[in-house]
Every structure is written in C-alpha cells, then in structure tokens.
Write a protein that binds this ligand. Structure first.
Ligand SMILES: Nc1ncnc2c1ncn2[C@@H]1O[C@H](COP(=O)(O)OP(=O)(O)OP(=O)(O)O)[C@@H](O)[C@H]1O
Ligand SMILES: [Mg+2]
Length: 501
C-alpha cells in the first residue's frame, strides 16, 4: 500500500444550530485504501464526507487535497477535480433520461458550436453503463422507468470516471441487492488497486470487514480510533469496533432466539390470486402471530408484493382481503390496521418537510382525533415515546425530518407504525441504514409483535435478517416463487441462495 496522503482534514467543526455534528476532526485518507467509516446513526459520517465532496461547508477547520488547500464550493466542482460521492439519499433527477442524469452539469464535453449532440451523450452514457455491467439500463430511457436500485447504480456510474481520485460511498449497499453490491465491490477494489482512495460508509459489519483495508470509527462527531487490516482480522475485532462505536458493551443477542413457528388460526391478511405488473396468480395467507419473510434479488418482485398488500398496485386480477373486506387503496389499508414501511423512505415513507412528531402521528390521526379535534398532548406524548424507544438522535419532536441523519430518518419511518399499533405490518427493508444498537431493538420489537399476535410481512435483501427473524421465508425469482424455507436453527444463507439465483 502506498502511504501518499490524498485527503487530510484538520480540526474540522460543523455545527447545525445547537447540534455539534463534528467536534474538531483530524483524519487522513491515503491512496490505495478502502477506508471503512463506521459509527452510530448521527455520529457524523455523512457530514464529514459531504464536506470533503463539496456538498456543504464546515463551520471551521481546514482540508488539504494532494497537499493543496481544499475548499470546494459545489459537488460538481469537487467531482471535476477528482472527488466524488454517492449520497446516502436518492439523488437522481426525475423526468430526465438516464444519460442526462449521468452527465448532468457536464454537457459541455459534448457540445460543438454551442449545440449538444444528444446522440453522443447517449452513446457515451451507454458505454459507461455497459462497462459497469448494467447493460439492462438503457441510456436513452427516462429515469422514471427505473426503480430504486437501478437509480443507485446510475448514480454510481455518474460519480466514477478515470479521473476520480477519491470516491465516497455513503451507505449505498443497503439500497442494492446482491448483484448490485458485487458490482460495487468489484469497482472499489479496482479503484484501490489503481491507487485511488475509497471511503466506504456502512452499518454492515461483515461487509466492512470483508471489503475494507482500514477502518475509522466515529462517535458523536469525534474520531475514536483507527484499525488496520491486521487489527480488523483479530478474533475480537467486531466486539472491539462495536465498543468503540457506542462506548459500552452490546449484548450478543441480535435476532430472535426462539424457533416457535406456530401462529394463531385467524388469517390477518390474504392475498388472493393476485395478478399485476409482471406478477401472475400470487396467493398468500398471513396469519396473526406470524412473520413471513420475503427474499430474493431486488428485481424479483418481492417489493411489488409488499406494495400490492398495502393497496398500492393496480391489480389485473385477484383481491387483497383484510377481515373479509377488500383493500383497494392505501387509505383503506391504514384504516383497516395495516402499516407499510416503504423501502424508498424519502419518497414514500416520510414527509421530509415536516417535524418528527408530525410524521410519527400521521397514520394515527383518525385515532387521536375526536371529531375534528386532535389533542396536541397526545400527539406530543406519542412522538416522545418513539423518540425514546428508538433513540432517535434529535433535539426534540419538533425537529424537521429532513435535518436528521439517514438512519434516524429510518427510525421515524418505523416508529410511525409502531406508534399506531398496526395489527398487520408490511416492512420493506425496515432496518435500512440503522446502526446495530437500534437494529437490535427493532428485531426485539418484531419478535414481541409476533407474541402479541400481530402479523408481519418482512421483505428484506439481507438473508441473515430473514433467517434470523422469519417463521418461513418465501424466495422469489423473476416474479415467481422459487422456493420456501421453514425456520430452523441450522438454516443458512447457502440453503437460501440456490433459490435466489
Ligand atoms: N441540515 C441539518 N440540520 C440540522 N442537523 C443536521 C443537519 N444535517 C445533519 N444534522 C445532524 O448532524 C448529526 C450528524 O449527522 P450525519 O448525517 O453526519 O450522521 P451519520 O453518521 O451519517 O448517521 P447515519 O448512520 O444515520 O447516516 C446528526 O445529529 C444530524 O441530525
Ligand atoms: Mg449518514
């Protein structure tokens, strides 16, 4: 490994009003490294990397890029000079083509006499997509045609070029399925071998230990320490890193520990012979006290099943039934006690320009209001309870959701349904971007919900999560069920993977 310092940060402070997001950070990033950046939700990972990549300014402190003072004004400027970042949140421009997204702000490269050749733009974009191994995405298509995962892959393509020297990946892998992750891993290793500097943010400890060459731990806006590869390979590495992250021991128990797959006899939600989009004749009975897991690659149809169960898909045939009544839209779903945690948290799960409190109480409003009156006190108490239970890092229930860190937003999107006490919960990637401590609480809560007789549909891209939590797992491939697995102590990812691919 070369020891050339590519980026150096000195005594960086970032305040957001009273919140001290960074408290005097000193850190160096070297060439030929994949540096993992870990820390609990709200510890400052996105803040520090977004300052390095020109998205926002520090309150004070200095940066040096290849020995020169570094002070980018915009992300476009930083990218032109070789530093780019894939943001944690969705960051594509709607209603434009894929190619326009890839070259946004850089059309000059294709203009002659002031005219931009769209043909050339499309060709160049398609070549980049092909080289990256995602030829199924067509450059000339509207971006609206593509789902969440494909859009993330398009963002990655936009960020990386031969001139990239520093590449920041902020909590991107949770948006990707297995295939997408492997494409990204290959890319960062290639960049490392070319002497570039990669900064990799993730809450998935296995992934960090497998992919990174070095590791830096942040806690409450401060650097707690660094680990080199040899230290990352030590048998107690995970315990040590967790301890550095949270400043206390975390128990071993993580997923459910019981193997009781029994459930109550009543059907809580029935999907009866559903046909919609590419899905044909799909049926499922979810009982009270049952956790059914859905797994597969991102495009396998499992996310769509979740949407349909909440009344969000237009059906060609079949019915969604709850208590004998047909659910045809999401308002009806909510009033029948169904909750839905969307994978796409910024677009579908949260109102970003509203407070934490308002988001949390939203699905409960009919229950909180007597005729037209909503008790502000009940509203406040409800919000406070969820903030405490999920340790949402904020100044209080009135803080706006768009100022929360990614994982803390996810907690709000989970909390609004637990606050309502929905009897049926459809969870699409519910622990996305949440740190281990809170993940543990969420799993404990899901196990508790089963005991209380609630019915849960757990859709997840993490096989370990499904194996750890579900009574049975339905695996989908190409919009059809490819396999089914019962909960048992020796069930492994290998058992599952044969149905996945
Ligand atoms: N625009 C903003 N306004 C107010 N506070 C903010 C803003 N952006 C970030 N913060 C606060 O700064 C702190 C650090 O946030 P940051 O997004 O860097 O955390 P993170 O380590 O990336 O967390 P996560 O793992 O949840 O993504 C948090 O307390 C967050 O609420
Ligand atoms: Mg973040």
């Amino acid at each position: 490994m070369s020891s050339e310092v590519v980026i150096e940060v000195r005594n960086m402070v970032k305040n957001f009003g009273p919140t001290r997001a960074l408290r005097g950070v000193d850190v160096k990033f070297y060439a030929g490294q994949i540096r993992g950046l870990v820390g609990e939700n709200g510890s400052g990972k996105s803040t520090i990397t977004s300052i390095i990549s020109g998205m926002q300014k520090a309150t004070s402190g200095e940066m040096f890029y290849r020995g020169q003072p570094w002070n980018p004004s915009t992300m476009v400027e930083a990218q032109e000079k070789g530093i780019s970042m894939v943001l944690q949140e969705a960051n594509t421009i709607p209603d434009c083509t894929v190619a326009e997204n890839i070259f946004a702000g850089r059309f000059d490269e294709f203009s002659r006499f002031g005219l931009v050749s769209m043909k050339k733009v499309n060709e160049a974009a398609q070549k980049m997509l092909d080289d990256f191994g995602i030829s199924h995405i067509r450059a000339a298509d509207s971006i609206n045609k593509y789902g969440f995962e494909d859009r993330k892959l398009i963002e990655i393509v936009r960020c990386v070029s031969d001139d990239t020297r520093v590449f920041v990946v902020d909590e991107t892998t949770t948006a990707l399925s297995l295939e997408g992750r492997n494409i990204l891993y290959k890319l960062i290793h290639k960049m490392k071998d070319e002497g570039k500097s990669v900064i990799f943010i993730s809450h998935d400890m296995d992934e960090i230990l497998e992919q990174c060459t070095d590791l830096t731990v942040l806690r409450d806006g401060e650097i707690i320490g660094h680990l080199n590869r040899a230290e990352m390979d030590a048998p107690d590495a995970v315990q040590r890193i967790r301890y550095m992250m949270v400043g206390r021991e975390i128990g071993e128990a993580y997923y459910r520990e019981d193997y009781d797959t029994s459930h109550l006899p009543e059907v809580a939600l029935e999907l009866e012979d559903l046909s919609f989009g590419p899905i044909e004749h799909f049926s499922l009975k979810l009982h009270r006290g049952e956790i059914i897991g859905f797994g597969g690659l991102s495009g396998c149809g499992m996310h769509e099943i979740g949407r349909a169960a909440f009344g969000l898909e237009k059906l060609r045939g079949g019915r969604v039934l709850r208590n004998g009544r047909e659910i045809t839209n999401c308002h009806q779903a909510i009033s029948e006690g169904i909750g839905y945690i969307s994978k796409n948290r910024d677009r579908e799960a949260l109102i970003l320009e509203a407070s934490i409190g308002e988001n949390i109480v939203m699905p409960s409003l009919p229950a909180l209001s007597h005729a037209t009156f909503i008790s502000p006190r009940a509203e406040r108490d409800m919000a406070r309870k969820e903030i405490e239970s999920f340790r949402i890092k904020c100044s209080g229930g009135r803080q706006w959701v768009n100022t929360l860190s990614g994982g803390n937003k996810q907690k709000v999107s989970f909390g609004k349904w637990t606050a309502k006490g929905s009897d049926v919960l459809i969870m699409d990637c519910p622990t996305r971007g949440v740190d281990i401590g809170v993940k543990q609480s969420m799993y404990a809560l899901i196990a508790e919900m089963k005991k209380q007789g609630k019915a849960i549909l757990l859709i997840s891209e993490e096989m370990a999560e499904l194996i750890g939590m579900a009574d049975r797992i339905i695996v989908m491939k190409d919009f059809k069920v490819s396999g089914e697995l019962e909960r048992r102590p020796d069930l492994s990812e290998t058992d599952m993977i044969e149905y996945v691919i």
